[in-house]
Ligand binder design. Structure first.
Ligand code: NAG
Ligand code: NAG
Ligand code: NAG
Ligand code: NAG
Ligand code: NAG
Ligand code: NAG
Ligand code: NAG
Ligand code: NAG
Ligand code: NAG
Ligand code: NAG
Length: 406
């Protein structure tokens, strides 16, 4: 079925997977959210990482690369490279952090770089994308030749990335949908990605938090991110004593709060992180033993870790952590607060790290809400009304309602 780009009345539903990546290096992310779709004519199956934190979708097109799935543009007769003199190249790439350029063949060349220090490089092109049975012709994406990866195991399972931020070239902007939602299961590795209205009787009313927009560009502010206003953090019932100003971007734009499906865990700026860390330790002294090892920092940003006996079945009961946004709240409880570091054993203890990290250890000037803390929530990204809606839901049950799992 070919549907027009302006068609926003239709609802597309597709399965989302949390992919477990064999983790050879314990200090890299091992879980990404992926969707499967088809690209080109005839269609080639591809798997893409869902990323609300970036704009341009891309596919690995270098067919000489081994150990990773690729899209082969030479086998698609609808594949069309984009000229660097075209309006798409000149004006729609304005929110890229590195400006698009012309290559030797006058094609539109892009270099994409991500916060985890990975990057990807190639040319802008158009082709037909088939997603949940609907075709979107002339979708602009990056056909990439090379890149620097932060996780080659991750690369070996995915063809590319689906950019879903608010920029004009993002996948959702190009498709013309005014809303999309996802729901990530907390009990298995499944989920749902839905384009269109999420207007279901079985879903609790969503609590909405407005997206923050700024009128003048600032050097450290990502204008096309899903930026929300964090107003406080609670541990159990106790609200951390922090001035509201620490959650507001400063005059350079540093300090925005982004909802990002492309990041696994959550990052907080130094002062907020330290306050949360202290309070969490305070409230768990009777049930958890802190790992006292200043040299151990999980994934470069998670420096609060605990020793838990290997033979313990399940973690002790822990206080919840609530992120309080303007108009909505995300409460993270129990097992999602601690993450067992694969392969890390001290004596008879496993090492578990707190899933909130310090942005400053990563050189990131922002608060980032990762997908690990968005489990079992219906997350609606409402572009039309510039807001994000949140409601608690069992995502495995929601998935069954759509009949997308067998
Ligand atoms: C969108 O698609 C539906 C059916 O799939 C059709 O009824 C409707 O007219 C279309 N709307 C627009 C704006 O194209
Ligand atoms: C990857 O992450 C999952 C948690 O989502 C963890 O259970 C698993 O041990 C990790 N995989 C490996 C191979 O370490
Ligand atoms: C592509 O995916 C479809 C649907 O999942 C499947 O039926 C088909 O066999 C796949 N094609 C290839 C070449 O893997
Ligand atoms: C691409 O650029 C070349 C040289 O700038 C120009 O001659 C050609 O018409 C352009 N093609 C398209 C499709 O814009
Ligand atoms: C691919 O999209 C083009 C428009 O860009 C359209 O004309 C063509 O029919 C589509 N190809 C196929 C095989 O559907
Ligand atoms: C494709 O990948 C190979 C192997 O990584 C590399 O040597 C080559 O330069 C790449 N091609 C381009 C056009 O970048
Ligand atoms: C949402 O659902 C309500 C009641 O089920 C209906 O009245 C309304 O038209 C729906 N809105 C949209 C945009 O589909
Ligand atoms: C925990 O906090 C309370 C008050 O907030 C304080 O009195 C107490 O000393 C703290 N306990 C620890 C172990 O830090
Ligand atoms: C766990 O191992 C310790 C010794 O390392 C032992 O004392 C304890 O009884 C064990 N607990 C369980 C539940 O097996
Ligand atoms: C680990 O447990 C075993 C048996 O439960 C015990 O003999 C040993 O001393 C313990 N090792 C450490 C480092 O605690």
């Amino acid at each position: 079925m070919v549907i027009s780009k302006s068609n926003s009345t239709k609802v597309l539903v597709l399965p989302l997977k949390t992919q477990k990546i064999p983790n050879k290096l314990p200090f890299t992310h091992n879980v990404t959210l992926t969707v499967s779709l088809a690209v080109g004519s005839p269609p080639q199956n591809v798997t893409m990482v869902l990323d609300t934190g970036s704009e341009l979708s891309w596919l690995q097109c270098n067919t000489t690369r081994i150990n990773r799935p690729v899209f082969d543009p030479t086998k698609s007769f609808s594949y069309t490279p984009i000229n660097c003199s075209s309006p798409t190249c000149r004006t729609r790439t304005q929110d890229f952090s590195i400006p698009a350029s012309c290559d030797s063949k006058n094609l539109c060349h892009a270099i994409l770089s991500y916060a985890d220090a990975s990057s990807s490089e190639g040319n802008l092109a158009m082709d037909n994308f088939t997603i949940a049975g609907s075709q979107f012709s002339g979708t602009v994406f990056g056909c990439m030749d090379s890149g620097v990866s932060s996780n080659s195991d991750e690369d070996s399972k995915t063809t590319g990335l689906m950019g879903m931020n608010r920029g004009s070239l993002s996948f959702v902007s190009q498709m013309g949908f005014k809303k999309f939602s996802y729901c990530i299961s907390g009990s298995d590795f499944t989920g749902i990605l839905l384009f269109g209205e999420s207007n279901f009787t079985w879903l609790l009313p969503l609590n909405y938090t407005p997206l923050i927009q700024i009128s003048t560009p600032l050097p450290y502010f990502d204008r096309v991110a899903y930026t929300v206003q964090l107003e406080g953090i609670r541990v159990s019932q106790k609200l951390l004593q922090l001035p509201k100003s620490i959650f507001e971007p400063d005059h350079t734009g540093a300090g925005q709060t982004m909802v990002d499906s492309g990041t696994q865990f959550t990052f907080l700026l130094g002062p907020a992180y330290t306050a949360l860390r202290n309070e969490f330790i305070n409230q768990t002294t009777s049930v958890l033993r802190v790992l006292e090892d200043p040299d151990f920092v999980f994934q470069g940003a998670f420096d609060l870790c605990f020793l838990v006996p290997v033979n313990l079945t399940g973690l002790p009961e822990l206080p919840s952590v609530s992120l309080v946004f303007r108009g909505a709240e995300i409460t993270v409880s129990g097992e999602r607060l601690l993450y067992r570091v694969p392969g890390e054993v001290r004596g008879n203890d496993s090492v578990y790290c707190f899933t909130f990290g310090n942005s400053e250890l990563m050189g990131i000037e922002a608060y980032i809400i990762g997908h690990h803390h968005q489990q079992n929530l219906w997350m609606e990204f409402d572009l039309e009304n510039s807001r994000i809606g949140v409601a608690k839901v069992r995502c495995d049950v929601a998935g069954q309602r759509f009949g997308i799992y067998h």
